[in-house]
Design a protein around this ligand. Structure first.
Ligand code: MG
Length: 380
């Protein structure tokens, strides 16, 4: 019998009843849906709490009001849930995926991930999506019966947004879609685009707040200019933070509305009836062509003017050095690692993976502290 939690959903939504389920069999929870349980396990995990002290764009200590990976993940979940409700998809699943999507991120954002990937090149590389899956599949240690959180297949699949073919081949069930070139659930596709909507908009907000971006610059971006104009027409004389907030919330609404309309049309045209149809169709959750173009323009703008701003570059360069030096000192001296991260024997690849797990699990400030402990001559 279909649990009533999911009775109102569209026939092509991801459902616990049609799911391959969990790796280790567990009794059905009596008071929650299966995907709610996943969401709850994610919120209670150690990796989730660490997100508070991990960089999105700005390092946590640079200012109290900038997004961190934690607030970013919450914003993604909020946007994803609104979208999901409109499309009658599984809100619990999309929330679980959104909250877990960045669990595998290294300290210092993309700079940290790129540096760790370079350090790991002879040992199988480092991909943050795959690391997020590793966190929920094995690194969290909370249950007597299994390692990891033992999440539902669709949650794990959604967390693994991208993955190289070599890695996909070693992953079994969750890797198969990359080999067979099939799509994940609509909920996974949706969480992915909600991530984009969230960071494009909050990076504008944080960029302006930090002074690295100016509103004059942003007025060159079609999407921003349109909604800034709309906000100013509705509230003549509006300025400062209030004007920015009125603009950004209009942009988020426009992106969300566009995504709902276009995705609905795509689902209808492709005559999607079941979750199998979803997997075999091209990606169905999408922006209209025009909105896609405007969103790309915004992304390009942010890449050039914010992510590669010289002040951000300075942080990036420092982050790269911290991660690389930590990796080097640990791989050449595993006896410096906490005991949990030392392996018996001399399998260098296995040891390197442990070092990567250790570094990836660090918050920004923990990595800096560890760096000082190991390299500062005036600190014991
Ligand atoms: Mg993200």
């Amino acid at each position: 019998m279909m649990p009533e939690f999911e009775a109102h959903l569209a026939p092509y939504a991801a459902l616990a009843t049609t799911s391959p389920g969990r790796q280790f069999a567990e009794l059905t929870p009596p008071t929650r849906s299966e995907f709610q349980r996943d969401r709850d396990r994610i919120i209670h995990s150690t990796a989730f709490r660490r997100l508070e002290y991990k960089t999105q764009v700005f390092v946590n200590h640079e200012g109290d009001l900038f997004r961190t990976r934690l607030t970013h993940s919450i914003e993604v979940a909020q946007i994803a849930r609104s979208l999901t409700r409109n499309l009658r998809l599984n809100e619990d699943l999309v929330e679980a995926i959104s909250l877990a999507h960045d669990l595998g991120h290294t300290p210092f954002g993309h700079a940290g991930q790129d540096a760790l990937n370079a350090c790991m090149k002879d040992y199988g590389g480092f991909e943050h999506n795959l690391q997020s899956l590793r966190v929920v599949d094995s690194l969290e240690q909370r249950y007597g019966a299994f390692d990891g959180l033992n999440l539902m297949f669709e949650t794990r699949e959604g967390v693994l947004k991208h993955c190289s073919l070599t890695n996909a081949q070693q992953l079994g069930d969750v890797g198969r879609r990359f080999i067979e070139r099939k799509q994940p659930t609509l909920e996974a596709q949706l969480a992915n685009l909600a991530d984009e909507i969230a960071y494009n908009n909050h990076d504008i907000d944080d960029g302006l707040r930090s002074g690295l971006l100016t509103t004059d610059q942003l007025n060159e971006v079609t999407l921003y200019a349109r909604y800034r104009h709309e906000a100013e027409s509705q509230f003549p004389g509006i300025s400062g933070r209030r004007a920015i907030n009125e603009t950004v919330r209009r942009m988020i609404n426009a992106l969300v509305d566009d995504l709902i309309q276009q995705s609905r049309a795509n689902i209808r045209h492709a005559e999607i009836k079941t979750i199998e149809d979803v997997r075999n169709a091209p990606p169905l959750i999408a922006f209209s062509e025009n909105m896609k173009k405007e969103a790309q323009e915004l992304k390009r703008f942010l890449r050039t003017n914010l992510y590669h701003h010289y002040q951000v570059n300075r942080m990036t360069s420092k982050a790269r050095r911290i991660v690389t030096d930590l990796f080097d000192i640990f791989i050449s001296g595993p006896e410096l690692l906490p005991l949990d991260y030392q392996i018996a024997g001399d399998d260098r690849t296995a040891q390197a993976r442990k070092v990567a797990d250790y570094i990836a699990g660090m918050t920004d400030r923990y990595a800096m502290r560890e760096y000082r402990r190991l390299f500062a001559v005036d600190e014991i």
